[in-house]
Write a protein that binds this ligand. Sequence first.
Ligand code: GLN
Length: 471
Amino acid sequence: MIDIKNLTIQKVHDDLSRGVYTVRDLVDAYIEKIKKDDPEVHAYLEVFNDIYEQARHAQTLFATKKATLLTGIPIAVKDNILIQGKHVSAASKILEGYKAVYDATVIKYLKEQGAVLLGRTNMDEFAMGSSTQTSAYGITRNPHDKNRVPGGSSGGSAAAVAGDMALVALGTETCGSVRQPASFCGLVGLKPTYGALSRYGIIAMGNSLDQVSPFSKTVAESEIIFRALSRFDPNDATSVPEENRIGTKHSVKKIGVPRSFLTGGGLDSATLENFEKSLAKLASAGYEIVDIDIPLLKYSLAAYYVIMPAEVSTNLSRFDGIRYGYHAEGKNLMDVYTKSRGEGFGKEARRRILLGTYVLSHGYYDAYYNKALQVREAIAASLKEAFEDVDLIATPTTPTPAFKLGEKMDDPVAMYLCDIFSAPANLAGIPSLALPSGTTDTGLPLSIQFMAPHFCEDALFEVGKKFETIR
Ligand code: GLN
């Protein structure tokens, strides 16, 4: 019997190399766990039917000494990442029945290394949401407390890893969609530098913000996945050439805490107390913790909720009822468009299309969209300036622990506030790492996040690994 609770990528690799068990034994253990627990948790929209075939391929890579750290690793994939020949829906009815015609670049890399893709995971429709309750295919529950949300939008991927139904998983971030569910589910979530991982084959939400992002139980595993997938991709116009990926090399000494930013976001007392404890631990480990002031950070979420819907309304215009998925019959072409889109998109997607179309409309373009872009530039500049003095910036990952199912569904602004601390990193394109920092009295996971300058993922891994040992 394989103890899947305590596995890591490195341990699995060592075990598979030594023949302690086979890839087939390993995937069987996960399939069994999925069969047992997923009917209630609903992390997966689909468990693939070619898992054994993939396992066989992985086993031959071991037999021929071509195995890498990711060979045979059972991984769950968010339902907005294309896998050739498989259904992909972004959890929307409008993509019902659609099958991907090519592999996303990150999937191509995973396949090359013989990772085992277990299935596609549930998410908020088109990655819009913070709770995985806007999926057209039902909600996902938090394995730590089944009456609570796993966070979102990559909630299915988070629940799969937290519930030991995958060893690791891929999600995507536009604004916190991996760090926030990582926080709610007690996992490590890494949002890489924009342009580090290819976006080719990812169903776009906000192109200037989207980034493929891994979930794992340990920092070392996020690092392994990051290193395996972070490569220049000529198919992605925003992929940064390797020679331009220059981060700082010195090790981390000083961590800044933007105090005034923390107070505006509805931070609850247990989260704040835990955050202070985490800072004390970091100080005891020798890091210098200093208060910093970045007044513009408080505008991050507002800027995000103008820029993102603008990009959403553009991206989602391609779903017209003709080219992909869902089709409704109509009297004429316009009728087909409006019926297909009206019936195919859920409420949140429609809300954001309307918002985006509004901020991009002729009379309001300058007042909203252009203004938000200016705010975004100013936020990025003030973060850059802050990093001249400190190596990393720390905040709680989310203002509260996981909330109850059903909560905030009638109050979109309350839902949007879940990502108050996520937004700066996505807007500025900088990397950020969320990691478990303890639990509430009732056992709900809490989390701290660090932000670093562009391409300074190494600094995040260094401090993250250190933080794990002083817990
Ligand atoms: N909560 C964010 C939103 O709803 C999450 C977006 C994301 O990261 N995909 O827009």
